[in-house]
Structure formats: structure tokens, C-alpha cells
Design a protein around this ligand. Structure first.
Ligand SMILES: Nc1ncnc2c1ncn2[C@@H]1O[C@H](COP(=O)(O)OP(=O)(O)OP(=O)(O)O)[C@@H](O)[C@H]1O
Ligand SMILES: [Mg+2]
Length: 308
């Protein structure tokens, strides 16, 4: 469905997207997981033609996005990270506006508006000005606007940022529903739990590069059946380096100024680790234990957390 090959986008000296390649298969929810500034929005903006790539190819159903023009762009819906709605207009008027831009006919537009108000649970408030909506309602209307023309491929850019947990659940259910009806979805997020529960396949992106990609169990194999142990405090570098000799299967991953990162198989107890840590003369301020998860994959790949 969507095929991206060696996509690169630079802003002056900064390479925001650095030779990334991935494909999203028909009907799939593909998760694009990465922290602030990873290059998620830049990638989306290249796909929908808002930005011109420096190099690489983007095709939808085999047609080039840059050269393909309107025909290709009509297959595509975008739900931008920043809500793009007219606050003084109501939901119906906003949807009519976006439908008009896509050239929907009157009768077609009316039925689409009805369907989407139903889908997003905004029917009761459809005639109230958007300025009176909650953050979650605005997000849902924003999503409806991106789908007004029934795109085959929907690009969702962090659609749950800044909304409460209940509204977030509703949003995720809506995304699942839309995917269930056959729409292919590229879903960007910095919440690993969303990527875990929602997405069929995931790419982890940071500093414009894809660090890992696959179904969840494949990505998890990067950390395997290992916990990550992050110790913060005061210690000698040589002490930190010597610990793996004192404990079987303990692996040193990285050392920074006051922080050292180890991995340890889950069958080994963290109590035993703590004991040798204290005996060795570590002054521990903090010990963080991460069970195997996408988050621990990210830490292992980058040495830092998804959200810091
Ligand atoms: N128009 C621009 N001009 C210059 N630099 C830009 C521009 N747009 C993005 N950048 C930079 O490119 C990098 C990637 O930004 P991008 O918005 O794609 O990240 P993101 O993954 O969407 O992050 P966030 O989670 O904060 O939305 C960042 O370093 C950002 O500052
Ligand atoms: Mg972004």
C-alpha cells in the first residue's frame, strides 16, 4: 500500500529524516514510535506532499506521491498533530469545509458527515461551535476531518496528545474501528503502550533513523528475556565494569557520568544484583528496573528513555 524507500529530508544542516525505508501493508495499523524531534511529523509531511523530500521515493499503490498529483493524494487522509479546525464553526460546518476541499458532492458529503459524527460520537454536539468542545472532542473531529473523503490510507500524527485517559481509549477504539473497515493506518506516537496495544507492526525511530522494525515479539527479541537495570549514583568506572565478572549473565550496556545500564536475564533475581552492587562500593541514588518491553528496547538501542 505505502512504500517508502531511502527517504531523506534535511532542514539546512539538520537531517530530520535519514534514509528511512518501510512499507505499510493493506489493512495494517503500522506504528511509528519515537520521542520528540525523532522525525515522525517530517515523514508524514513528506508522504502527504507538504514537504518535498531531498531524496528517496514514496509510492502509494505503486504510484509516486510527488509526481502522482491529485489522484494519489485523494487516496490519502491526514490527521495533523496540531488540531486544524475552525473554532467558531460547528462540527458539521467544519466537516463540510474539508469535504468541499476534496470536491465531494452534496449528497455524498451529507452521508459522510452523518457517518463520521456517529463514528466519533459527536452527533449530540454537532451543532455547537468547536470552541465549546473538550480537547478529546476536538481531536475526534480533527480525525473525522482527515477521513471525510474516505481515504484508503490514513496518516495519524500523535492523535492522543494532551487528552485524558478516557478520551484516549475512545480515540484508540475509533482507530481500531476504522482499521477494521479496511483503512490502512500509519499511526505515530511517543506512547509505547499505544504502539503495543494498537499496532500490527512497529518501527522505532530516533534522530531520523529507524532503529528497529517488526511485529512486537520480533522487536522485543532485541532485549530478549532480559530486564534492564539502570543505576544512578556515584561510582568508579572500573567498579561498574567489574560487576559482570561477579554475576553470571549480567551485561554492561553503557556507562555515563553518574549512570550505568546493565541487562540481566529475568530468571536471575534483582535482589542478588543489588547485593553485589552494594558490596562493590556503589553509592546508589536510584535503581530503575525495566521489564522486557518496547520501552526497554528503546533504552537499549539509544541509552535513554522514550520520554525523558
Ligand atoms: N520546518 C522546519 N525547519 C527546521 N527544522 C525542522 C522543521 N520541522 C522540523 N524540524 C526539525 O526536524 C526534527 C524532526 O522534527 P519532527 O517534527 O519531524 O519530529 P517529531 O518526531 O514529529 O517530534 P514530536 O514528537 O515533537 O512531534 C526536529 O529536530 C525538528 O526541530
Ligand atoms: Mg511531530
Amino acid at each position: 500500500m505505502l512504500q517508502i524507500t531511502d527517504l531523506t529530508k534535511r532542514f539546512k544542516d539538520l537531517t530530520a529524516v535519514d534514509r528511512i525505508s518501510f512499507q505499510v501493508n493493506p489493512g495494517e495499523i503500522f506504528g511509528f514510535l519515537g520521542p520528540n524531534g525523532a522525525g515522525k511529523t517530517t515523514t508524514i509531511n513528506c508522504i502527504c506532499g507538504l514537504l518535498k523530500p531531498d531524496s528517496g521515493a514514496i509510492t502509494i499503490d505503486g504510484q509516486d506521491v510527488v509526481a502522482g498529483g491529485d489522484q494519489v493524494r485523494k487516496m490519502l487522509g491526514v490527521v495533523p498533530q496540531e488540531v486544524a479546525l475552525y473554532e467558531e464553526f460547528n462540527a458539521i460546518e467544519n466537516l463540510q469545509f474539508w469535504g468541499g476541499l476534496y470536491g465531494l458532492k452534496r449528497s455524498q458529503l451529507k452521508s459522510r458527515v452523518d457517518t463520521l459524527l456517529e463514528l466519533t460520537g459527536l452527533k449530540d454536539r454537532a451543532k455547537d461551535a468547536v470552541s465549546t468542545y473538550s480537547g478529546g472532542m476536538k481531536r475526534r473531529l480533527n480525525m473525522a476531518a482527515g477521513m471525510i473523503h474516505q481515504p484508503k490510507l490514513l496518516l495519524l500524527d500523535e492523535p492522543t496528545v494532551g487528552i485524558d485517559p478516557q478520551a484516549r481509549h475512545q480515540m484508540l477504539d475509533t482507530v481500531r474501528h476504522v482499521a477494521g473497515q479496511g483503512t490502512t493506518i500509519l499511526y505515530t506516537t511517543h506512547y509505547m503502550d499505544e504502539a503495543e496495544t494498537l499496532c500490527d507492526r512497529i518501527a522505532i525511530i530516533d534522530h531520523g533513523r529507524i532503529l528497529a522494525m517488526g511485529i512486537q515479539t520480533e522487536i522485543q527479541q532485541i532485549v530478549g528475556e532480559n530486564r534492564l537495570l539502570k543505576v544512578t549514583g556515584a561510582f568508579e568506572k572500573s567498579t561498574a565494569e567489574s560487576l559482570p565478572q561477579k554475576m553470571k549473565d549480567l551485561v554492561l550496556l553503557s556507562i555515563q557520568e553518574n549512570e550505568v545500564l546493565y541487562s540481566l536475564p529475568i530468571k536471575q533475581t534483582t535482589g542478588a544484583f543489588l547485593e553485589i552492587l552494594m558490596k562493590s562500593g556503589f553509592e546508589i541514588d536510584h535503581l530503575a528496573i525495566k521489564e522486557p518491553s518496547l520501552d526497554s528496547v528503546f533504552i537499549k538501542l539509544t541509552g535513554r528513555e522514550l520520554r525523558d
